[in-house]
Design a protein around this ligand. Structure first.
Ligand code: 4AD
Ligand code: MG
Length: 465
């Protein structure tokens, strides 16, 4: 059988004159008066379609070609040829065209007409057949590999942290419970509460909100590690930046402080942007033309300039002095809202901002206390268009201070005893952060809604597939 080549292979390294087999889906079909039909095929490998020229002289032209509609799958045998049209350099002169799976245009929901992102959210299983969603899928793939490339080159170990966990890393309690108990008739303790000691694990269990605590355990023996996997949050946030299931990248480094952490975050983000610009030029040009006109200028300016660093306290002063009317009033101690974060990065600095040293009251128990006793060595990285894209910290490595924080925040010390061991036995200054992968994809593509940058989004009230 003639060798198969992908659309990408044919368009990027043509072999003019050679025979080839293409297996793909019809994106467009056009009949010309000259007894020719032009098919544009796409197989997901490349942004551009491959043009197939079908002559009416083919034996099955009259029977098969009328059955080819947009969305149908086809197998084409043909010859690679220099294209006559201006749009592309190579096309296929068909020798044989076979319909593999028909697609009825009367009921196919993915038409040529402009479909809104909202409309396509009802067809998550079909939307990767459009230019926008196939481009996003390829960018996601390139970013995922760039993440591994960055850390592997620097000697980090990829750590597989559990999805089902017995702890609540962020101490925020917004977790999905994992249980095999009969929810209609769970066993009860004497006080009437559900008796989770009879559950599958002999205790309560949840889906992880972060692999950080487990990553700390391995950083404190392996030196530098990172996790990259799905993360779950049962927060009832119906925003364009929140998902109930998202992917997070969490590096964790021993013998490192907050400065090292901030430098790592900046180098990491820049590496990811550089890689996408280099590997996905057609996708990025498309996002510029169809999604966000300023996207290439933005990414290039982020690459060329150092990130701005300042403390939370300095940021709050800037926000108060700005005179800007915010929906949520700014005062020292508040958790910054997206509008504040975006004002700082988009209006004030016009660059990514790394905010450090947040009030302890709004941050997690594990963050290292500053000598002022009021702030902790936290850092958030804010970027234009998104706001917070990274959250991280230097961790508390002093066991007494850490015990104090656990008690002060009313957390149960028992389940965290293993975590205290990391401070009991060879404690070390260490730091890390979490990058929300979908927020990164939003930032890179300019897509406005996070539901459109993950293949199958889960949000409050929505889990169709
Ligand atoms: O700021 P967060 O909650 O930090 C942590 O989980 C730390 N344990 C990370 C660490 O230090 N290892 O989450 C980190 C990032 C956020 O900055 C955001 O980009 C993303 O994860 N994120 C979400 N993305 C989509 N949907 C959600 N519901 C998200 N919650 C957080
Ligand atoms: Mg955060």
């Amino acid at each position: 059988m003639t060798a198969k080549r992908s659309v990408r292979e044919v368009l990027t390294s043509p072999k003019i004159g050679s025979e080839v087999r293409i297996e793909a889906w019809v994106r467009t079909k056009r009949d010309s008066k000259a007894g020719l039909t032009f098919l544009e095929l796409n197989d997901g490998s490349y942004f551009q379609n491959l043009q197939i020229v079908v002559s009416a002289t083919l034996p099955n032209y009259a029977t098969e070609i009328p059955k080819l509609h947009v969305g149908a799958s086809v197998r084409v045998l043909g010859t690679e040829a220099q294209s006559q049209g201006g749009k592309q350099s190579v096309e296929i002169q068909a020798l044989e065209v076979a319909l593999v799976g028909a697609c009825d245009p009367a009921v196919y929901p993915i038409g040529k007409q402009k479909m809104t992102y909202e409309y396509l959210r009802d067809f998550t299983h079909l939307r990767s057949r459009t230019n926008t969603f196939s481009a996003i899928a390829r960018v996601r793939n390139v970013l995922a590999m760039a993440i591994h490339g960055f850390f592997q080159e620097r000697g980090f170990l990829w750590l597989h942290t559990p999805v089902i966990t017995g702890n609540d890393a962020e101490g925020a309690g917004q977790m999905f419970r994992v249980t095999t108990l009969d929810v209609a008739k769970p066993p009860r303790a004497e006080d009437g509460s559900v008796d989770f000691s009879q559950d599958f694990f002999g205790q309560g269990a949840n889906l992880t909100v972060s692999g950080q605590l487990e990553a700390e355990a391995y950083a404190c023996s392996m030196g530098a590690v990172y996790t990259f996997g799905p993360t779950f949050r049962a927060e009832n946030s119906n925003t364009s930046r929140h998902l109930a299931e998202f992917w997070m990248v969490e590096p964790e480094v021993a013998f490192a402080d907050l400065d090292d952490n901030a430098r790592l975050a900046e180098d990491f983000l820049k590496h990811l942007l550089r890689t996408v610009l280099e590997k996905c030029p057609l996708e990025m040009e498309f996002f510029k033309q169809r999604v966000e006109p300023g996207i290439l200028d933005l990414l290039n300016s982020v690459l060329e300039n150092p990130f701005k660093r300042l403390t939370y306290t300095e940021a709050v002063e800037i926000l108060i002095k700005s005179g800007e009317k915010f929906k949520y009033k700014v005062e020292w101690g508040i958790d910054l809202q997206s509008e504040h974060e975006r004002y700082l990065t988009e209006q004030v600095f016009k660059a990514p901002v790394i905010l450090t040293d947040y009030p302890k009251g709004i941050k997690a128990f594990y963050m290292k206390m500053n000598p002022d006793g009021k702030t902790v060595r936290a850092m958030d990285v804010l970027v234009p268009g998104i706001g917070e894209i990274i959250g991280g910290a230097q961790r508390e490595d002093d066991i007494e201070l850490l015990k104090g924080r656990i008690a002060e925040m009313g957390l149960h010390a028992g389940p965290l005893d293993w975590y205290l061991d990391l401070r009991r036995f060879g404690s070390v200054p260490h730091a890390g952060f979490g990058l929300g992968f979908e927020r990164l994809v939003q930032f890179v593509t300019g897509m406005g809604n996070i539901r459109d940058v993950i293949p199958f989004p889960r949000t409050p009230g929505h889990i169709k597939i």
